[in-house]
Design a protein around this ligand. Structure first.
Ligand code: AMP
Ligand code: FE
Ligand code: FE
Ligand code: ZN
Length: 291
């Protein structure tokens, strides 16, 4: 039973359509795939149609931009009602922040001598509602300014680089409460990856659990074996669900192939149970798990 709960499509910054992510998941031998585009449920419908066609499991989710003590924390929200008003309000603000910083980023890059326009970026974005730095990276790759997305981030787009501009994110604890009230289950993505490591110690994870955090993504390429052992121990102590996933972005992220990390079936069952409990308590109409 192979369960990979964190992937991206062209509904955010992946390189494949939502349907093609599901097709690739089936071809890779996965039994269940979670589609978790950044700050959007836009890919859910197409993914569900293909999952039913192919007979592969699908968990609709999203990876929400939050911040804690000034650091970015990515929060995976599984199975929330995407029409829950407080969730809609926050996602609207986050997406507006993504769109709103584009002009500033392009301006700063141009000031730094890079020949790039907003229209070129928008051509990469297509109909994704979530404009991301990877779309800008892909323009830079296309022009031969850099070799790949990684080099684009290292030289131009990461914090402190010429193209960096900050954007709106919801507080992590507030978003955990919103996701739970929307009938979903909140899991912190790559807690000890770039950016969030120093703010997510055991005490903080305990506080987040107390406001409704369900799990932590332990098995992720951003974590070495030592981190995984330490995080797994913390999760066990705190009663948090342990997940594992690829964070697949198609060809957009190397060494993140589908199924490179997976979630244990017993942990998956706990996650789905918690989501069902939150759904029942919320009275919201939540999306179905395709089985
Ligand atoms: P943004 O959504 O604009 O904040 O950009 C962050 C996104 O860029 C995340 O989805 C990451 O997966 C992606 N990303 C960050 N660093 C890199 C990198 N070095 N190579 C490829 N993708 C990256
Ligand atoms: Fe991404
Ligand atoms: Fe992430
Ligand atoms: Zn991700």
């Amino acid at each position: 039973m192979l369960i990979d709960l964190h992937t991206h499509s062209r509904a955010s910054d992946g390189t494949q359509s939502p349907g093609d992510v599901v097709r690739s998941a089936e071809a890779a031998g996965l039994d269940v795939v979670g589609l978790t585009d950044h700050d959007s449920a836009a890919g859910w419908g197409e993914a569900a149609v293909v999952a039913r066609e192919l007979g592969i499991g699908l968990v609709p989710g999203m990876e929400i931009s939050t911040k804690l003590y000034g650091s970015g924390v990515h929060l995976l929200a599984y199975l929330p009602d995407p029409t829950y008003p407080a969730l809609v309000d926050e996602l609207t603000k986050i997406l507006a922040g993504r769109t709103g910083r584009l002009a500033a980023m392009v301006g700063q890059l141009r000031d730094a001598g890079v020949d790039i326009t907003e229209d070129e970026v928008l051509a990469q974005v297509g109909d994704s509602p979530a404009i991301g730095r990877p779309h800008i990276a892909d323009v830079l790759v296309g022009k031969g300014v850099v070799a790949d997305r990684t080099q684009a981030f290292d030289e131009w787009l990461s914090w402190g680089r010429p193209g960096y501009v900050t954007r709106y994110a919801t507080r992590t604890d507030a978003m955990i409460e919103i996701v739970s009230a929307a009938g979903g289950a909140a899991v912190i993505a790559h807690p000890w990856g770039r950016g969030s490591r120093h703010v997510l110690d055991k005490d903080t994870l305990a506080e987040l659990r107390d406001v409704g955090l369900v799990g932590v993504e332990v098995d992720h390429q951003d974590h070495d074996d030592h981190d995984r052992d330490d995080l797994r121990r913390i999760a066990d102590d705190l009663g948090l669900v342990v997940t594992g996933a690829s964070d697949y972005h198609g060809t957009g992220k190397v060494d993140h192939d589908l199924g490179c990390n997976v979630t244990a079936p017993s942990e998956f069952d706990r996650l789905i149970e918690q989501a069902a409990e939150n759904a029942a308590a919320s009275g919201r109409s939540v999306p179905e798990v395709v089985r």
